[in-house]
Ligand binder design. Structure first.
Ligand code: NAD
Length: 259
C-alpha cells in the first residue's frame, strides 16, 4: 500500500482499493466541503474559500449571532440561496450507488457539510455533524423545524430574521456555529461507526476542524484502511493508506462504477 499516496499514479491504487472493498464489511465516508465544490458551493479554506473573504468570528460564531443576528442571517440566507440552486454531483451519486450495491454490508456517510446534498443524491445513512442549512432552532425554547431546498424560501423572507411561532423569540440556523458543541447523539454514533469500520474514505476535508477531524484516528485504532480523496495534502496525509490527489466526482466514479 502507498502510505501518503502516489501523486498522478492512481490506477494501481484504484485497483487495490477495489480489492479491499470486495473483502470489507463496514464502510464510512467521512466528507467535507470539497465534495460539494463541483456543485458550486465554495469550501472554507481553499484559495477561493469563504474564510479567505469573510471573518468566521463575525458571521458564523455563537457570539456573532447573539450580538448581530441580522448579519449572521444575511450570510446564511445567501448560502441557503446558493445551496437551493445547487445540484448534487457525481461524487454524491457514486456514494449513493455504492450504498445500494453493497446490500447487507454497512455503509454510512458522516458529513461535516450542511448542504444536504448527500440526502438529495439519495443516501439513506447520513450523519450530519454540523447540522444543516435548512433547519431552524429557537435559541430560547429549543423548538426545531426542518425544511428543504424546495420549500425553505416559501417559509422565510430574506428581509426578516425568522421568529419562533411558539415563543416569539429569534430563530437560529440549526447549524453548529463556532463556539457551539456538536450534537451529542450524532457525535456518539459517528465515533462508534468510525471505531468499527474496516474502510474509511476521507473526502474533501482539510481535517482542520476539531473534534470531527479525530474520526480517522478512531478508524485507525480498528486498523481500518484510510483512503483520502483530496487534490491537496491535508493535516493527516501522513496517516493515510492511500491519498488520491484527484477531484472527488472524478475519482469516486472511477472507483465505484467498476466495483
Ligand atoms: P475546508 O474548506 O476546510 O476544506 C476543504 C477541502 O476540500 C480542502 O482540503 C480541499 O483541498 C478539498 N477539495 C477542494 N476541492 C475538492 C474536490 N473537487 N474534491 C475533493 N476535495 C476537494 O472544509 P472542511 O474540511 O469541510 O471544513 C469543515 C467545515 O466546513 C465544516 O464546519 C462544514 O460545516 C463547513 N463547510 C461546509 C460546506 C458545505 O456544506 N458544502 C461548505 C463550506 C464549509
Amino acid at each position: 500500500m502507498s502510505k501518503g499516496g502516489i501523486q498522478g499514479d492512481y490506477i494501481k491504487d484504484v485497483a487495490q482499493i477495489r480489492k479491499i472493498i470486495k473483502e470489507s464489511e463496514n464502510f464510512v465516508f467521512f466528507t467535507g466541503a470539497g465534495i460539494s465544490r463541483e456543485s458550486g458551493i465554495p469550501t472554507f479554506r481553499d484559495k477561493d474559500g469563504l474564510w479567505k473573504k469573510y471573518d468566521p468570528s463575525k458571521l458564523a460564531s455563537r457570539t456573532a449571532f447573539i450580538s448581530n443576528p441580522k448579519l449572521v442571517w444575511d450570510f446564511f440566507y445567501s448560502r441557503q440561496r446558493l445551496v437551493c440552486q445547487a445540484e448534487c454531483n457525481d461524487a454524491h451519486s457514486a456514494i449513493e450507488r455504492f450504498e445500494k450495491t453493497i446490500q447487507e454490508r454497512s455503509c454510512w456517510v458522516i458529513t461535516q457539510n450542511i448542504d444536504r446534498l448527500h440526502q438529495r443524491a439519495g443516501s439513506q445513512n447520513v450523519i450530519e455533524l454540523h447540522g444543516n442549512i435548512f433547519g431552524v432552532l429557537c435559541i430560547e425554547c429549543g423548538k426545531r423545524e426542518q425544511y428543504n431546498h424546495d420549500n425553505f424560501f416559501n417559509n422565510f423572507s430574506e428581509e426578516k430574521i425568522p421568529i419562533c411561532t411558539s415563543c416569539n423569540n429569534i430563530l437560529k440556523p440549526d447549524v453548529v456555529l463556532f463556539e457551539e458543541q456538536l450534537p451529542p447523539d450524532e457525535w456518539r454514533q459517528a465515533v462508534q461507526l468510525s471505531s468499527e469500520c474496516d474502510v474509511m474514505f476521507i473526502i474533501g476535508s482539510s481535517l482542520n476542524v476539531s473534534p470531527a477531524n479525530t474520526l480517522p484516528y478512531h478508524a485507525l485504532k480498528n486498523q481500518a484502511v484510510l483512503i483520502e480523496i483530496n487534490p491537496n495534502v491535508t493535516e493527516m496525509t501522513s496517516i493515510m493508506d492511500f491519498s488520491l490527489r484527484e477531484s472527488a466526482p472524478n475519482i469516486l466514479s472511477k472507483i465505484f462504477d467498476l466495483v
